[in-house]
Design a protein around this ligand. Structure first.
Ligand code: NAD
Length: 306
């Protein structure tokens, strides 16, 4: 599988991340067949050169590789194992790459079932957000069969720059959930620093610039800090998706009897945000929890704040 023209790719899930990743595959020269339950998303990819599929059942038979980029575990299970799912249509030797963030245990169970039909399943979740998806600079952490991973490495290279096989099936999801733990706890630390600095009358833009130059620097502060300071809760990695990741992380930790006190605490903050109607807002809206706790808000915050 070295030549782009000999690898036929199916792509299922053309949302915030998937549409950019699929576009990068088309632009890299791969033959891509695309499907999403939202017809407009399929039309948009078709306009860029992908073949539109009418359903999941229309994807598997003609594909060497099928990539899934779906919200949560049940969506991936439906596409892979449901009626007309990939397990029924893909050929032995073909490869599913699930790039969603889902349960490591469910991933292992699916990979085992698929293996009995000769289909490989790699878990290859990503970090880097919509910007990383757009610029094909995602960090991709993969679990599963080493030979299958080597075969699809060129495909992954069209979507990301840091591409690492971290172990057997489920290991990619495990590492991704550890990544999310760091992101969530880090974001909460930034919220607390911004809330305290604001209450003390510090210039937050200047404080952010100073922190970025020292040991408190982070991706979250760099990429999300400006929106937090401006009170912009708009699009991005949704609060609802982060809550899903924190739930998966805590489930995994409980199964291993590992206490995660900081992760548990930040989960309650995200739940507070969702209870105030912030579920569809970007991750940075976690700072609005601190607006509510302190009775203060960003100068430019929109009036739509609940
Ligand atoms: P999204 O909700 O924007 O996109 C998901 C897409 O899947 C939607 O277009 C939806 O219509 C489609 N879909 C749902 N069920 C389907 C089905 N049965 N068949 C076909 N299509 C279906 O989500 P997203 O932000 O693109 O995230 C996708 C995954 O990537 C999630 O697991 C998320 O946690 C992970 N992720 C997201 C980000 C981010 O910043 N948004 C970053 C890294 C990882």
């Amino acid at each position: 599988m070295n030549e782009k023209d000999t690898i036929r790719i199916g792509f299922v899930g053309l949302g915030t991340m998937g549409r950019e990743m699929a576009r990068n595959l088309v632009e890299a020269g791969y033959a891509v067949t695309a499907y999403d339950i939202a017809p407009a998303a399929v039309d948009a990819l078709a306009a860029l050169g992908a073949r539109p599929a009418a359903g999941v059942a229309d994807i598997g038979a003609g594909a060497d590789v099928v990539i899934t980029m779906l919200p949560d575990t049940p969506h991936v299970e439906e596409v892979v194992l449901g009626a007309g799912g990939l397990i029924e249509t893909m050929r032995p030797g073909s490869i599913i790459i699930d790039m969603s963030t889902i349960s490591p245990a469910a991933t292992r169970a699916m990979a085992e079932r698929l293996a009995s039909t000769g289909i490989f399943m790699l878990d290859a979740p990503v970090s880097g957000g919509p910007i990383g998806a757009k610029t094909a600079t995602l960090s991709i952490m993969a679990g599963g069969d080493a030979d299958a991973f080597a075969r699809v490495r060129p495909v992954l290279s069209a979507m990301g720059t840091t591409i690492t096989r971290v172990g057997e099936s489920g290991a990619g999801q495990t590492v991704k959930l550890c990544n999310q733990l760091v992101c969530g706890v880090n974001l909460q630390a930034i919220c607390e620093a911004l809330a305290l600095g604001r209450a003390c009358g510090v210039d937050l833009d200047q404080m952010r610039a100073v922190l970025l130059g020292g040991s408190a620097s982070s991706w979250m502060l760099d990429k999300l800090g400006p929106a937090m300071i401006a009170g912009d809760a708009g699009a991005g990695f949704r609060i609802d998706l982060m809550l899903k990741d924190l739930r998966l992380t805590l489930d995994m930790a409980q199964a291993q009897s590992v206490p995660l006190p900081a992760t548990s605490l930040v989960t309650t903050q995200y739940l507070e945000a969702r209870a105030h109607g912030e579920g569809a807002n970007g991750n940075q809206a976690l700072f609005r929890v601190y607006d509510r706790m302190t009775g203060q808000r960003a100068a430019g915050a929109s009036d739509s704040q609940p």
